[in-house]
Design a protein around this ligand. Structure first.
Ligand code: G6P
Length: 593
């Protein structure tokens, strides 16, 4: 999703901005741009498509000696992905980049048009630029920025340049923005990875504050008074841009799963450390998340309910924040998020905290909002994930939830400690076997690659696995795919089943095997082609295309099945020539509602 990087200091501005934009690429975007200033003239260069295209354009423009600049990757929200809508936007004396959504942009646009402003783009961001320009006509910069904040509703992070003014300005509300502090050089970034090469010292801007970055110093104002901000130190090692010989980050990140799982499981072998995972104090858990993180939560729901005997509900954060809540005194709100910056998940967390309900975050990014604000935090430590479609971070979320079920069950005397932990310890090497099976995935991928549509079906935890398998296929290969509860398909949706349509049936639970097979047969009777995903123990499927993974316990089985589905999706996408690491329309970090 939109990314911001801005710089003031003695380095070559374009180099810092371009490097920052490359580091932000993984968030997902469809256009990019920079604005450079020598404090009198502002030069804006924008392009649709990749940052590499922007870099080419900048090279063609030749040298422009700039003292500072702002840059942006845009993921279209208001207005399509084209050159006019790309950031930065310049109106009058104001040039800015924006991350977020201005909800009252239409009303403001009308008022500003009434004052003579003519807009070049369809964006809410250009409206914000015009608003600030109009406010600057009647007041000083700090007053104008304060009024701007009062007039805007919605979410925003702005990096702003003003003509004939040698400072950079920043304000933000509900969209991430941090200020990086170096030695006589300062940065604005929506993500620490964009600036970590230069500094690990940073602070976060609060909604009540205004940051002013000058060449030698920075100031932060709150109600026009200068305040002191405490610097934080990021532990981030930045983005490892190496693909280590793999063609895509997605494949590299899948192949890293055994290693990151081992690290996680080793970390939690320590019994004292395991206390972090204990949920035995709660009688009810609401898991709130988006996308794959929510599907990991659904696997967690099955396991926690079954083994730890706690009632769990799973909600998509975008729905949860607006629904009536049924908290009771022992409710835990569990937020799951790779980025820790998903706007809806953050909103749900803040609401729960306001209501005095305990929050626990399972997060990959240690510098994120959720990691900072949750009452309790479990870091998955998968390392930075570059491919937009999550793989290793998702698997670690599932593993944390499985470990939580195990630790809590043990604490409640529902289950034997030693046996359970041994099963976890075996998982990384079993997963290595699953990942070695590449020819098998390629063979099945060849059967899927030309299809327009398919279904994943399963029951119980297998349905939760199907949701992630199906999402992965959609995300990277653009094949329409739906995950369905196997028994529910016949209640309407089976009307879509056609001759030769692939139905991928996930069967890992012995008790549900025959039921799911009956449902698969119902589709085969209508011409569909079944593909089975199962375990060595349950495999007696001789006449099927199939993926068979080693049998482990129910607690850990999904950790072996989903990577097989990730690889399958990868090979389908590869055969279809898709842009696997940056699928169209998708963003890695979804920072708007
Ligand atoms: C986006 C990503 C998904 C991810 C979801 C939640 O849609 O493309 O892969 O599952 O956001 O992200 P989070 O960072 O909160 O896990």
């Amino acid at each position: 999703m939109c990314g911001i990087i801005a710089y003031i200091g003695n380095r070559k501005t374009t180099d810092v901005l371009l490097k920052g934009l490359y580091a932000l690429e993984y968030r997902g975007y469809d256009s990019a741009g920079v604005a450079l200033s020598d404090s009198q003239t502002t030069k804006i260069i924008r392009s649709v498509g990749r940052v590499s295209e922007l870099e080419e354009k900048i090279k063609k423009e030749g040298n422009f000696s700039s003292m500072y600049g702002i840059a942006h990757t845009r993921w279209a929200t208001n207005g399509e992905a084209n050159l006019q809508n790309a950031h930065p936007h310049k109106v009058g004396q104001v040039t800015l980049v924006h991350n977020g959504i201005i909800e009252n942009a239409d009303i403001l646009r009308k008022n500003l048009e009434g004052c003579g402003y003519i807009f070049q783009s369809n964006t809410d961001s250009e409206v914000a630029a015009a608003l600030l320009d109009s406010l600057l006509r009647e007041s000083d910069t700090l007053t104008a920025l304060t009024k701007m904040k009062e007039e805007l509703t919605g979410s925003y992070a702005f990096a702003i340049m003003i003509e004939n003014d040698s400072n950079l300005y920043a304000i933000r509300k509900d969209s991430p923005l941090l200020i990086g502090v170096g030695d006589k050089e300062f940065f604005l970034a929506s993500d620490i990875t964009a600036i970590i090469e230069y500094t690990n010292q940073y602070f976060l801007l609060e909604p009540t504050e205004i940051a002013v970055l000058a060449k030698e110093e920075y100031k932060v104002y709150e109600e026009k008074q200068i305040i002191t901000k405490e610097l934080l130190t990021s532990e981030s090692s930045g983005i490892d841009q190496q693909k280590n010989g793999y063609d895509h980050y997605m494949l590299k990140e899948i192949m890293e799963e055994p290693k990151v799982l081992k690290n996680l499981i080793d970390r939690y072998q320590d019994q004292e450390k395991q206390q972090e995972l204990d949920l035995s104090n709660y009688q009810k858990i609401d898991i709130v998340a988006c996308g794959s993180a929510m599907y990991a939560g659904m696997i967690g729901q099955s396991l926690i309910e079954k083994y730890a005997d706690i009632q769990v509900n799973v909600f998509s954060a975008s729905e949860y924040r607006y629904k009536k809540k049924f908290y009771d005194c022992n409710t835990l709100i569990m937020l799951i998020s790779q980025s820790g910056e998903t706007a809806d998940t953050i909103a749900a967390m803040r609401e729960a905290k306001k209501d005095g309900i305990e929050t626990l975050g399972i997060v990959n990014n240690p510098d994120s909002t959720i990691a900072r604000e949750c009452d309790r935090i479990i870091l998955t430590e998968a390392g930075v994930e570059i491919a937009v479609a999550t793989t290793k971070a998702y698997i670690l979320q599932v593993c944390v939830l499985a470990l939580m079920s195990y630790v809590t069950a043990t604490k409640k005397n529902l289950f034997d400690l030693r046996a359970g932990m041994d099963d976890f310890i075996k998982i990384p090497s079993l997963l290595e076997n699953v990942l070695e099976n590449q020819d098998e995935y390629k063979r099945i991928a060849a059967q899927l690659q030309d299809k327009e549509s398919c279904f994943y079906i399963g029951r119980g935890i297998d349905y939760a696995i199907c949701l992630e398998g199906s999402l992965k296929l959609k995300e990277v290969s653009y094949i329409h795919s739906e995950a369905y509860q196997a028994g529910e398909l016949k209640h309407g949706t089976i009307s879509l089943v056609e001759q030769d349509m692939p139905i991928l049936c996930v069967i890992t639970e012995k008790e549900l095997k025959e039921k799911s097979i009956s449902n698969l047969k119902e589709t085969e009777a209508r011409g569909a082609k079944g593909i089975i995903i199962t375990t060595t123990k349950l495999d007696d499927f001789n006449n099927y295309l199939k993926i068979v993974v080693p049998t482990t316990t129910e607690l850990t089985q999904s950790i072996l099945v989903v990577p097989a589905l990730q690889l399958l999706s990868y090979y389908v996408a590869l055969n279809r020539g898709c842009d696997i690491d940056k699928p169209k329309n998708l963003a890695k970090s979804v920072t708007v509602e």
